[in-house]
Write a protein that binds this ligand. Structure first.
Ligand SMILES: C[S@@+](CC[C@H](N)C(=O)[O-])C[C@H]1O[C@@H](n2cnc3c(N)ncnc32)[C@H](O)[C@@H]1O
Length: 340
C-alpha cells in the first residue's frame, strides 16, 4: 500500500474556511446579529424576523460553533466582535462593507478569465474606475475608516504637526475624505483639499458638508495622474492610491514632491507588496479579480520606495513617531531639500 506522508487535511480545511465565510455572509444578509445583542432564543428571533424557527436554530448554532455567537441554555448572543461590527445598531457596523468587499474582490470569473484572457476594454483603458465601484466603496469606507485607520493616523500626525500652526493638507484619492476631515477637526488652523475622481467626488462633498467643514475643506474633482493637484501642502495623504499610478509612478512621485512645502510630509498607505509578488497574500488575492479583468495595477513596495527616493523624499526617522509604528498602517516620508 502507498505510504501516506502528507495529509490532505489542508484541502479540507479550505472547504471549511470557505463554508464559514458563506455562513458569515448569510448571517449579515439575514441580519441575525442585529437581534442578538442580548441572549435570545431562536423562537424569539424567529418572532421578530419571520424566519423558520427550526432552521434558524440550526443556523444560529452553526454561527456559535464557528465563534461568532455565544450559546447558553439554548439562547444565543453576539460575541463581542460580532456585536461591534455585525450588529446594525452599532456605530461601527461593517456588514454592508464586508459584503461589498467580498463582491469587489470576488473570484467568480477566475476560471473564465484564465481560459479566455482579460476583458478587452478594461485592458485598453486600464482605468481602475472601469472595474471597481469606487463610488460605493467611498460611501462604505466613510464608516470603515473609523475602525482603526483614522485613529492611528491622527496619533502619528500629532507627533509631526503643531496644533497651533496653520496646516494645509491634501487627501489625494481620499474616498470619503475622512482622514482630512478628522485631521482638520483636530487642528484649529488647518484647511485642506480632498481630491477625487469626478465619479466619486460627490461622496466627500457629502461627508464634508455633514461635518460642517465646507469653509475649510475644498473638494477637487479630477484625475490625479493628469490634472493639477495644487501646491504648498504641509501634508499629503496618499492612502491606497499609488497602485493606480502604475507605469506613471515616477512622475506621480515628482508631482507629490512638488505639491509639498519644503519639509512637508507624505503619509503613504501602500499594499506593502513584496518584490516577488507573493505577499501579503491579502493584497495578491484581493487585487487578482481586477488584474484578471485586464487592469494593470499593484506595485511592489520597493518600486514605490525607489520612485519616492528618486523624487527627493526621505523616509521619516521612526523615532519621531515613537510607539506609533506598530499600529500605523501607513508610513511617513518627508520632503528632502534636494530636488527643489
Ligand atoms: C483604494 S481607494 C482608497 C480610498 C481612500 N484613500 C482610502 O484610504 O480608503 C482608491 C481611490 O483612488 C481614487 N482614484 C483612483 N484613480 C484615480 C485617479 N486617476 N484620479 C483621481 N482619483 C483616483 C478612487 O476613486 C478611489 O477613491
Amino acid at each position: 500500500m502507498h505510504t501516506v506522508e502528507l495529509s490532505p487535511k489542508v484541502f479540507y480545511q479550505r472547504i471549511q474556511e470557505y463554508q464559514e465565510a458563506q455562513l458569515l455572509f448569510a448571517g449579515i444578509r439575514l441580519d441575525v446579529f442585529s437581534h442578538l445583542q442580548d441572549y435570545s432564543s431562536p423562537g424569539e428571533v424567529a418572532a421578530h424576523t419571520g424566519y423558520h424557527e427550526r432552521n434558524l436554530r440550526l443556523f444560529l448554532n452553526s454561527l456559535a460553533s464557528i465563534g461568532l455567537l455565544d450559546m447558553q441554555n439554548g439562547r444565543y448572543k453576539n460575541k463581542p466582535a460580532a456585536d461591534e461590527y455585525l450588529n446594525r445598531n452599532s456605530d461601527t457596523y461593517l456588514g454592508d462593507y464586508i459584503l461589498f468587499r467580498e463582491r469587489m474582490t470576488g473570484l467568480e470569473h477566475v476560471e473564465e478569465r484564465v481560459r479566455n484572457g482579460p476583458v478587452a476594454e478594461v485592458e485598453q483603458s486600464n482605468d481602475g474606475l472601469g472595474v471597481y465601484d469606487f463610488y460605493t466603496l467611498a460611501k462604505l469606507t466613510a464608516r470603515e475608516m473609523y475602525t482603526g485607520r483614522v485613529q492611528s493616523f491622527l496619533k502619528a500626525a500629532e507627533c509631526l504637526l503643531n496644533k497651533n500652526e496653520p496646516v494645509k493638507v491634501l487627501d489625494l484619492g481620499g474616498g470619503p475624505g475622512v482622514m482630512a476631515i478628522e485631521l482638520i477637526k483636530n487642528y484649529p488652523g488647518a484647511e485642506g483639499v480632498v481630491f477625487e475622481h469626478p465619479e466619486v467626488a460627490r461622496v466627500p462633498e457629502e461627508t464634508v458638508k455633514a461635518a460642517g467643514l465646507e469653509g475649510r475643506i475644498g473638494i477637487v474633482a479630477g484625475d490625479f495622474l493628469s490634472d493639477d493637484i495644487g501646491k504648498h501642502y504641509d501634508l499629503i495623504i496618499a492612502s491606497g492610491i499609488l497602485d493606480f499610478a502604475k507605469e506613471n509612478i515616477n512622475s506621480m512621485a515628482d508631482k507629490l514632491y512638488r505639491a509639498l512645502k519644503p519639509s512637508g510630509y507624505l503619509y503613504l498607505v501602500s499594499h506593502d507588496v513584496s518584490e516577488d509578488f507573493l505577499s501579503p497574500k491579502e493584497s495578491i488575492v484581493g487585487w487578482l479579480s481586477g488584474q484578471l479583468d485586464g487592469l494593470n495595477v499593484l506595485l511592489c513596495k520597493t518600486s514605490i520606495d525607489s520612485a519616492l527616493m528618486a523624487a527627493g523624499f526621505e523616509s521619516l526617522n521612526k523615532d519621531r513617531i515613537a510607539g506609533m509604528m506598530n499600529n500605523l498602517q501607513g508610513e511617513f516620508y518627508v520632503k528632502g531639500q534636494g530636488n527643489e
